[in-house]
Ligand binder design. Sequence first.
Ligand code: OSB
Ligand code: MG
Length: 368
Amino acid sequence: MNIKKIRLHIISMPLKKPFVTHLQRVESREGIIIEAEDQNGVIGLGEAVAFTTPWYTEETVKTCHHMLKDVLIPMLERHPITHPKELGNLFDTVRGNAMAKASLEMAIWDLYSRQQDKPLWDVLGGAREKVLAGAVVGGDSIEVMIEQTHELVDEGYERIKIKISKGADIEIVGALREEFPHLSLLADANSAYELDDAEHLKSLDEFNLEMIEQPLGIDDLVDHSILQSKIRTPICLDESIVSSHDMKSAIHLKSCGVVNIKLGRVGGYNPALEIYRLCQENGIRAWCGGMIEFGVSRAHNICLATLEGFSIPGDISSSSKYWEEDIIDAPITVENGFVKRFNKPGIGIGLNEKRLKEVCECREEFLL
Ligand code: OSB
Ligand code: MG
C-alpha cells in the first residue's frame, strides 16, 4: 500500500455539558486525530479514543501518543503492507494498547478505501443505508436526566442509555420508565457492582430494560455468567470484551446475550470484524458503542454499523450532542432515529481544518 506520511494532531475540546459516570466526570475531551497520506495526497483519517486519564481502560492520550510515535508508526515503516487486513497480525505482535492500534488501523482502512474510490462501508460489506442512532444520558440528578431524555426524544432518538451505579439506579431507572413508558431504555453500570449485588440488580428486571451493560468487573466473565443466570434482563458486555479471545470465552461461559463493539476498545477493524463474526455465529446481538468521540471516530462507527448484524441502536449520536463545532467538514446528524451513511469514498468526510487548528495542542508529521 502506498502510505507516505502520518500526521498526528493532539486536540482538546470542551463538551457542551459534562458527561457523568460513577467513574469520571468528563467536561473536556482530549484526543488524537490521525492522517495517513499517500504520494498522491489522498488522506485517510483515524482517531485515538483514549481519555486523558485511564478511567475507562488503561490507555491514555499520552500512552497512545507514545505507542504511535515510538512503536506502531516505526513498525509500519519496517513492514510495508499491501492491505489493511495485514495490520491484524502485525499489531498482534504488540501487547495491549488497543486504542493506539485502532487509531492507526482506522486511518489506513480509510486511506485504502479512498484509494479504491469506494466507501469504507462498501469495502467492509455493509448493507444498511442508514444506521440506528442512540444516545446516552448521564447527569448530576434525576431531573437533569429526565430533561436530557425529553430533549433527545424530541430530536428523534428512539433509544436512550442511562448511566447507573450503586445508590443511583432503581430510583433513576424507575423515574425514567414512569416518564417514558414505551421508550427503549438500557442501563450502563460501567462495572459499578459485584456479584453480591445480584438480588439488587434483579430488581431492575421489572423496568423492562433492553439490557444492562457491564454490571460487574471488567475481567469477570465468570461472575457475569452467574449473574445472567439470576436476572432476566440480558447482560451486554462492554469493558470485558477487548479481544476475540474474550468473546469466545464469554460465549462459552454464557456471560452475555449482547455485546457492544467499539473499534477503539478492541484494537480496530480486524479484531472488531472477528468479534462480529463470532456474535453472528453464536446468536449474540451486537451494537456499536461510543466513546464521546469526535466526528472521525463517529464516521468510522457509522461504517461499522452498516453491517447487517448491527441490528440494535448503538451509541451513535449527532455531532451536536457533545460539540459546539466538530472537527469534521460534514457534521453527523440524526433524523427520525437514524444516521445516514456517507456515500463518498472512505469514511465519507474530511477535516474541518479551521476548527482543527483552533483545538489543536500539538501537531507532528512522520515520513515513511
Ligand atoms: O461505557 O459505553 C461506555 C463513553 C465513554 C466511555 C465509556 C462509555 C461511554 C458511553 C458512550 O457510554 C457515550 C457516547 O459516546 O455517546
Ligand atoms: Mg459502556
